[in-house]
Design a binder for this molecule. Structure first.
Ligand code: N15
Length: 328
């Protein structure tokens, strides 16, 4: 789902170096287990992983149409031959990963993502590599990119009901990540995919990091989704994701991010002064939620539980995890 940028990369094992612990290699069994389709979070997948040491290779897959392009390679629709299980196969070129010096980051990102199991987080089923490329076996999201769906709406924005459903699903996914001490830091519409049922899937962990982090972030690309503490280069913690949730809520409802400006330096100023204005169509309850998330001071932001209990979420969603498809 990458748009560009080194953050999406991830890096990998140097081409000739043997893979080292603690990264577990993918085994056939853990994907076949998935493919059997018993359910998504099959209880046995972890134990089976260690039993069968047979590795995946490109021979196991039939490759279909490209789904997306990224700086380090492309994503293809693919089908595992024996199980017929459909996946998104991401192909990264080792030479490009090395040139950008992101092998270490990719290793770390794989390690983080392979352990996450949540209905609103895109699964990483496994990976393998050959002399030239690294392949990531990712969950296929049949309804594709959320931002395209957003652009296809009247006024390029979602109605309040749909926005509330997505914000609830994001809050649930982030709550799960935070219990694992993973902070995402890069939630934006381009990083979100849709399942067959129209549920949201966070698809990219390019900037994710184990909390707490004092690492200064290299700022490239848009600042639009970054909180004041990050654009100011300060230490940050999982509360950055609360800010992003507020930004995303605004973008879903208004069709553009709240602090958008002509130049990066103007966006910077608007973020740091929390220069927030709402179009007239936004409801009072929705405004109340965004105002409580978009607080300059991380400690003043509404918690994820606070989001899930907020009246605006309650108004539009019947249930904490599922919402029926839109009436048509
Ligand atoms: C560092 C590493 C462990 C991170 C792993 N995650 C990623 O690499 C993030 N990533 C996800 N990069 C690409 C994707 C991706 C997965 C891109 C597109 C899809 C995907 N699954 N399904 C799609 C998809 N489905 C589509 C349906 C219609 C049109 C386009 C579609 N793309």
């Amino acid at each position: 789902m990458q748009t560009n940028k080194e953050n999406n990369a991830g890096g990998v094992v140097a081409s000739s170096a043997p893979q080292r612990a603690p990264l577990k290699e993918t085994t056939k069994s853990n994907v076949v287990n998935e493919a059997d389709g018993l359910h998504k979070d099959s209880v046995n997948s972890d134990s089976l992983e260690d039993k069968d040491k047979q590795k995946w290779s490109l021979d196991n897959f039939e490759i279909g149409r490209p789904l997306g392009k990224g700086k380090f390679g492309n994503v293809y629709l693919a089908r595992e031959k024996s199980s017929k299980f459909i996946v998104a196969l991401k192909v990264l070129f080792k030479s490009q990963l090395q040139k950008s010096n992101v092998e270490h980051q990719l290793r770390r990102e794989i390690e983080i993502q392979a352990h996450l199991r949540h209905p609103n987080i895109l699964r990483l089923y496994g990976y393998f590599h050959d002399a030239v490329r690294v392949y990531l076996i990712l969950e296929y999201a049949p309804r594709g990119e959320l931002y395209k769906e957003m652009q296809a709406q009247p006024h390029s924005r979602f109605d309040e009901k749909r926005s509330a459903k997505y914000i609830m699903q994001l809050a649930n996914a982030l709550k799960y990540c935070h219990t694992k001490k993973v902070i995402h830091r890069d939630i934006k519409p381009e990083n979100l995919l849709l399942s067959l049922r129209g549920d949201l899937k966070i698809a990219d962990f390019g900037w994710s990091v184990h909390a707490p982090s004092s690492r200064r972030t290299t700022l490239c690309g848009t600042l639009d989704y970054l909180p004041p503490e990050m654009v100011e280069g300060k230490a940050h913690d999982e509360k950055v994701d609360l800010w992003s949730l507020g930004v995303l809520c605004y973008e879903f409802l208004c069709g553009k991010p709240p602090f958008e400006a002509e130049s990066n330096s103007d966006t910077y100023k608007r973020i740091c002064s929390v220069d927030l204005r709402f179009p007239s169509h936004v409801s009072d309850k929705a405004k109340d939620l965004m105002v409580k998330l978009l607080r300059h001071s991380p400690r003043d932001r509404l918690s994820l539980d606070g989001v899930l209990q907020h009246p605006w979420i309650g108004q539009w969603t019947e249930d904490r995890s599922t919402v029926p498809p839109p009436k048509k």
